[in-house]
Write a protein that binds this ligand. Structure first.
Ligand code: AMP
Length: 417
């Protein structure tokens, strides 16, 4: 028996109300803020991620699904959404439009991680990006959007963590200080952090290992080493958030797992956070587009994981609207009634009335059971006698009330409640 690959799962019909709910809220949020949809391919040139997310990050070093196609091109399944958006921005000359260009996406991302609750090898991200503008007002807008999104979903207790990690001018100086600080702890940190000391020192700050967290507490803070412009930018973002009444907590140890971030970084935590809890994260990535060969183009964005959102909606017993059920179930007994039933179902669907037609040779009891579990409002029942008399039994599935109506009147008699 085949099973879905480890770390992946099927989204069964009963789960779809959650997915539709989250996706609709995401799309309507983006309409509200003037962000337009963009779809990018499921796989990209592997270099797109290696160059932007960065060597030395877990995503690139350990988690990317890389493969060669039949002509020897090295491709990678989409590991995250921002680099593909920037690639599309450059490829289609979107820099020629009025800036900033505001885009959003919803789609799967693939990372070879150790599967656990809230962590999968295929997960889905909703992300939005504002490209081509450095104004901190956009950082605040993106954070406000993230907040409004979770609020509109009805998730309570969500909190925002905020930090600034500086730019390419001030960050090298900070990383030097940080590395010097950690030199005396080289034998006390975990093996991963030992590697980070040379490969990616910034990530020393957010190691989840308890003893590393203790060491990180005394580490120098990135925000103490910001250049003047980064300081001003960070202060403006905070001022704007206060003006928008968006509560946030400064977290000096917040860095993101992707190298392309500059200046503002933020994460959204659900109520009662724990292990794999972060609902979403984002920030500024002012150098990414240049890394891909474009002109210097500042940008800022955010991405959230749909599985984690749904996990939290379930934890909080949120009320999710049900998906519409079919209006009519058509049952029949006998070969002639079967043909008539098929014609009625076809006629109802032509009239935009959602209809399920029974199939096979089940008993009427069996068909009614199926009608009940389909959630249909009405059942139409046809036997030989009804075919001969050109009428049909109309059953109200909720009250159980039945009456006989002319076949010709079916579409007119059935109205959505
Ligand atoms: P990132 O691209 O790492 O910033 O991730 C953005 C969001 O996607 C995270 O905050 C999570 O909600 C979600 N996410 C990332 N990786 C996974 C994963 N392996 N499984 C499920 N959700 C994930």
């Amino acid at each position: 028996m085949y099973k879905a690959p480890r770390g992946t799962f099927d989204i069964l019909p009963q789960e779809h109300p959650y997915w539709k709910y989250v996706e609709e809220r995401a799309a309507s949020l983006c309409r509200l803020y003037g962000y337009q949809p963009l779809n990018t391919p499921i796989f990209e040139d592997a270099q797109l991620f290696t160059r932007t997310v960065g060597k030395g990050t877990d995503i690139v070093d350990k988690e990317m699904y890389v493969f060669q196609d039949k002509s020897g091109h090295e491709l990678a399944l989409r590991a995250e959404g921002t680099a593909p958006v920037c690639r599309a921005y450059l490829e289609h000359g979107l820099f020629n439009l009025a800036q900033p260009v505001k885009l959003y996406y919803i789609g799967p991302a693939f990372r070879y991680e150790r599967p656990q609750a809230g962590r999968y090898r295929q997960h889905h991200q909703f992300g939005f990006e504002a490209l081509g503008e450095a104004d901190p007002v956009l950082d605040a807008e993106v954070i406000e959007m993230a907040c409004r999104f979770f609020l509109s979903l009805g998730l309570y207790g969500v909190s925002i963590q905020l930090n600034s990690i500086g730019c390419r001018l001030c960050r090298p100086g900070y990383l030097e200080v940080l590395t010097r600080h950690y030199a005396s702890y080289a034998n006390s940190v975990c093996p991963d952090c030992k590697a980070r000391l040379t490969k990616n020192p910034q990530r020393l700050l957010d190691c989840k290992n308890a003893s590393c967290q203790e060491i990180a507490k005394s580490a120098p803070k990135p925000s103490d080493y910001l250049c003047h412009d980064c300081q001003l930018h960070f202060l403006s973002v905070q001022e704007f958030l206060v003006a928008l009444s968006i509560p946030f907590q400064l977290n000096h140890r917040l860095v993101r797992g992707l190298d392309y971030y500059t200046r503002t970084v933020f994460e959204v935590e659900p109520e009662g956070k724990g292990g794999q809890s972060t609902l979403g994260g984002g920030g500024r990535y002012d150098d990414l587009i240049e890394t891909l060969g474009g002109n210097p183009t500042p940008a800022v964005g955010f991405a959230a994981g749909l599985e984690r959102i749904i996990l939290n909606l379930k934890r909080q017993n949120s009320d999710i609207p049900a998906l519409p059920r079919p209006l009519v179930f058509v049952a029949y007994l006998g070969p002639e009634a079967k043909v008539e039933a098929m014609k009625i179902a076809s006629q109802l669907r032509k009239a935009e009335i959602a209809t399920i037609l029974a199939a096979g040779d089940k008993s009427l009891k069996g068909q009614m059971k199926q009608a009940g579990s389909s959630g249909s409002t009405y059942a139409l029942i046809l036997g030989q006698e009804e075919v001969t008399n050109r009428n049909v039994v109309l059953r109200d599935m909720r009250s159980g009330e039945q009456r006989i109506i002319p076949l010709a009147d079916v579409a007119m008699m059935i109205k959505p409640r």
